[in-house]
Write a protein that binds this ligand. Sequence first.
Ligand code: GLP
Length: 247
Amino acid sequence: SPLSSLDKDGFIPLYYQIQQVLIEQIQTGKLLVGDCLPSEYELARSYQVSRMTARQALHNLKSRGYALSQKGRGTYVTRPKLEKNIMYLRGFTEDMKQRGMMPSSRLLAQTVLSAKGVLTEQLRVEEGSAILQLRRLRIADGTPMALEESNIPLKHYPGLERTDFTSESLYKVLRNKYGVRAAWADEVLEASPATLEESELLSIPKNAIMLSISRVIMRTDEIPIEAACSRYYGNRYRASIRVPTTT
Ligand code: GLP
């Protein structure tokens, strides 16, 4: 019974214990995506805790991406957000495989264009220099996660444009064929509403909140590898980082 499952004299906060019980029920499939969670009132009653404690447990489930609240529907289980640790420079394919998910892509465009404007600065090339541009819908276990635009300076990676990126991992090709090793990246994270095209391609609501991650990724010899922008649906993805101290 719920009552006996809480340790009321220990050091573990009650809201945390309740939250963990619910997470376990989600992870073991006792609660499925779409199922309603008990209300604040029901939790408080069945665990003999205050409404505040019950609210905190539900709040944490929502902020960790396990649940959502909707007027008239209560709080229900959602597919947990994927959390990307942005300290690591993994590519999409590698990242999804590490989670035991099946990565795939839909290639929307693969074109060679000439560099101009901000791209020339980001990629450190002259105006008119050849750039390979990829636009891909990135998919994990069948669910579209992100729309991604990659710009790669062909000057440093000649012949790359002949790769068939319908199935190939960009980072794998760069590593295996060109011996590229990434050293660091400048990243900017930004929130903005989905465009109409994005909401259609990702099958998400109009104006849904997107998390944009723009990066310029560099080799150890300070030669740019890629200037990219990945646009993730905010309800499916979140970013985390371990912040080092500066002292
Ligand atoms: C991540 C990066 C992109 C990069 C991609 C490569 O999503 N944010 O900048 O283009 O990985 O992924 P893959 O190696 O699967 O092509």
